[in-house]
Write a protein that binds this ligand. Sequence first.
Ligand code: G3P
Length: 225
Amino acid sequence: MSELRFPAIIVNFKAYREVEGDRSLRIALECQTVAEESGVNIMACPPMTELSQVARAVKIPVMAQHADPKSPGSATGWTTPEMVKASGAMGTLVNHSEHRLSQGDIAIVVGACKKVGLRSCICADTAETTGRLSELRPEMLAVEPPELIGGDVSVTDANPEVVSDAVSAARKVDASIPVLCGAGVKTGKDVKRALELGAKGVLLASGVVKSKDPRKALQDLVDLI
Ligand code: G3P
């Protein structure tokens, strides 16, 4: 697997109307343009229906929003890590706040990802959970207080301690695992603050996907890095 570069910005497309069908590819191409212009590592997380199309069309890293703890075979409607890998994606979010898994299932998914050569970014709601989940040695962690997700106040302003505490908690287990933060992140100032708090980047959605001008929103995000 090639090296991941930090600081990094992961744009989670979620299941917004704005990313249905070809619109996902359009936003991913905006991510690519801004990544190329700025030199910042921007990763795109399109919905599963568009994953393969996007992964094959862009040069920036593409990740799935979720993978299931299932093995290849009779698993109707589930998405195995093997399928994510075959789509051309380089990794997947695991345990996003909107798609939680049990601790046991998180371990199964992260293990399967390692086996097939996919990177995992495990999401956690608190600093304590971030520390605990870092024991699974994912390639990235992201702390996101659920109550701030989709809102207008960035976690870096509303709860900066959760970011610095999550970074310390993960560091105690393995200082080499990058911790990102997310929830309400929308501006370059938020990204700068995240980096000051020890995060290696941000995971965000609405600030880009719901923006009238996603390219402008992305340019603002990388502006102070
Ligand atoms: O995965 C990113 C996310 O949950 C944060 O969403 O809209 O607050 O940037 P948002």
